[in-house]
Design a protein around this ligand. Structure first.
Ligand SMILES: Nc1ncnc2c1ncn2[C@@H]1O[C@H](COP(=O)(O)OP(=O)(O)O)[C@@H](O)[C@H]1O
Ligand SMILES: [Mg+2]
Length: 223
């Protein structure tokens, strides 16, 4: 079963009197352990596509099937559950909870998913180790570097064993070397768990970490 099947998805935003067509009949199929790089310039619709795939935004038209479930018709409550159980997000602006330590930032999502507490602690520690944050678990976000915060966000996205991981420009704030390290970490983590992922980037140097790349411009996916 594909991790994601988007068919003829449109998204328009109203902005004053004008309508912006952010996605125009986008169709995309993602295999259940495939890593896709979505590449396009600023304003091309990348974040909109990710948000629709993850159930954060409702499409204006079209169908979005994640893990066999049509999500475009789910109500708000079902969507919240869907996002919590099925999707891991890593956003461009790393939204860690500022008053929780790195480790607590991972554990809080496990709690929301009502996971077993002991297993969750083990899982958090394993992830922190794998992400080379084993000795940073007790640090608050403002006691971490940008690259470390980015890695905590990756760990948090993987905490609930999502079927689909959505990552928005993970390397935009990092220099090239750090960006490559983060990409390698992400792809290793995702591959070792046979999870599907979409990684948005405008940096074509990063696309070789993915199994496949698709270009988007002006809301249109390249065939
Ligand atoms: N909430 C919004 N309201 C109005 N227009 C928006 C909104 N979000 C995005 N857009 C517009 O939709 C287009 C695609 O945006 P976005 O998906 O954020 O692109 P990208 O992530 O590739 O930079 C852009 O023209 C942007 O200005
Ligand atoms: Mg964006």
């Amino acid at each position: 079963m594909p991790a994601l099947e988007m068919t003829d998805v449109r998204k328009t935003y109203r902005s004053g009197d004008t309508e912006v067509m952010a996605l125009d009949r986008a169709s995309l199929t993602l295999g259940d352990d495939e890593i896709l790089a979505l590449v396009g310039p600023s304003g091309s619709g990348k974040t909109t596509l990710l948000s629709i795939a993850g159930g954060l935004l409702t499409p204006s038209d079209g169908s979005v099937v994640v893990g066999g479930e049509e999500i475009s018709s789910l109500d708000a409550k079902a969507l919240t559950r869907f996002r919590r159980d099925k999707v891991g997000f890593v956003f461009q602006s790393v939204n860690l909870v500022p008053f929780l330590t790195a480790r607590e930032n991972l554990l809080v999502v496990a709690e929301m998913g009502r996971r077993d507490a002991k297993e969750s602690r083990q899982r958090a520690d394993t992830l922190l180790d794998e992400l080379d944050l084993g000795d940073r678990g007790g640090n608050l976000p403002n006691q971490l570097s940008g690259g470390e915060r980015q890695r905590v966000a990756i760990g948090r996205a993987l905490m609930n064993e999502p079927a689909l991981v959505l990552i928005d420009e993970p390397t935009s704030a990092l220099d090239t070397k750090l960006g490559e390290q983060v990409m390698e970490l992400i792809t290793n983590e995702v591959k070792s768990r046979s999870t599907a992922a979409i990684i948005v980037t405008h940096d074509t140097r990063m696309t070789h970490y993915a199994d496949r790349s698709v270009e988007i411009s002006d809301g249109v996916l390249a065939a």
